[in-house]
Design a protein around this ligand. Structure first.
Ligand SMILES: [Zn+2]
Ligand SMILES: [Zn+2]
Length: 270
């Protein structure tokens, strides 16, 4: 039997934001007043014989307080609860540079940070002069990444790339200029860490985007791309902010094993 390169993927929740459905879609929805909170995750990809690869780095109190987000458990404590020593991490993939995906870089003193060319260019260029575009970015994490660049600790990618055996990066812009998603080969087939190409399963099933994007047409293409990468199955797509991830997949202590089979009735009811 062929052994899958990726043996475990943890989705580790670290924060939450209470809101209603109307905040999660670009157009009116019938259930607009129904609670539809967002969860915030980082992900850890485990392979035999390698340090875990971390996908995104979350945010801390400095970003949570002004935005009214609740840290449910500091990101680093979540990693430790998953058996991960941040000092041993060699590679961190930043799906994009929004504040909730790219803070706390100094928590990984020995890691290289992987980012798309287009994302770094956008986050350090003239588009950030526009306050609405800038709102989901924070200057300090981007400045930290620039400092890592000058310390030879940033690795750029341009488009789709083989990251390591069983781990591939796919450019899926629209939400931001250089958002990338991560596809992992597991025992149950590909698992797509979709990040903010799909905040919620409902953004896919209702075909209504989450209302933060720089190009709506590209965002729609990105959603189609992540579904194609998932083989057309929600089972294989892990959205970036959906509390259902912890409900669908075997989970303990706010850590969901998304490499395992989901509880299908929940997904089938969507
Ligand atoms: Zn985002
Ligand atoms: Zn996000």
């Amino acid at each position: 039997m062929k052994i899958a390169p990726v043996i475990r993927i943890d989705a580790i929740r670290y924060a939450r934001h209470e809101r209603t459905a109307s905040a999660n879609f670009t157009s009116a929805v019938d259930d607009h007043e129904v609670p539809m909170p967002l969860d915030y995750f980082v992900w850890a990809i485990h392979r035999d014989g390698f340090a875990p690869v971390i996908v995104d780095t979350g945010f801390g109190d400095d970003a949570a307080m002004p935005r009214g987000r609740t840290i449910t458990r500091p990101m680093i404590e979540g990693l430790r609860a998953a058996g991960i020593d941040p000092g041993q991490v060699e590679h961190v993939i930043l799906t994009h540079l929004h504040y909730d995906h790219a803070g706390s870089l100094d928590s990984f003193p020995n890691a290289r940070f992987h980012v798309q060319d287009a994302e770094m260019e956008f986050a350090t260029g003239r588009h950030i002069c526009d306050h609405a575009t800038r709102a989901p970015f924070d200057g300090e994490p981007v400045a930290q990444l620039v400092r890592k660049l000058y310390a030879d600790r940033v690795q750029f990618h341009a488009g789709d790339a083989e990251f390591a055996p069983g781990i591939r990066l796919h450019l899926a812009p629209g939400h931001t200029a250089g958002l990338m998603v991560v596809v992992c080969d597991t025992a149950r087939g590909p698992v797509v860490l979709a990040s903010d190409a799909a905040h919620l399963y409902a953004n896919i099933t209702r075909a209504i985007p989450f209302p933060i994007f720089i190009d709506e047409a590209d965002y729609a293409k990105a959603q189609a791309k992540v579904m194609a990468l998932a083989g057309g199955s929600l089972d294989h797509l892990i959205p970036g902010h959906d509390p259902l991830v912890l409900a669908c997949f075997p989970a303990t202590n706010d850590i969901a094993r998304v490499d395992l089979e989901p509880h299908r009735p929940i997904l089938e009811a969507l």
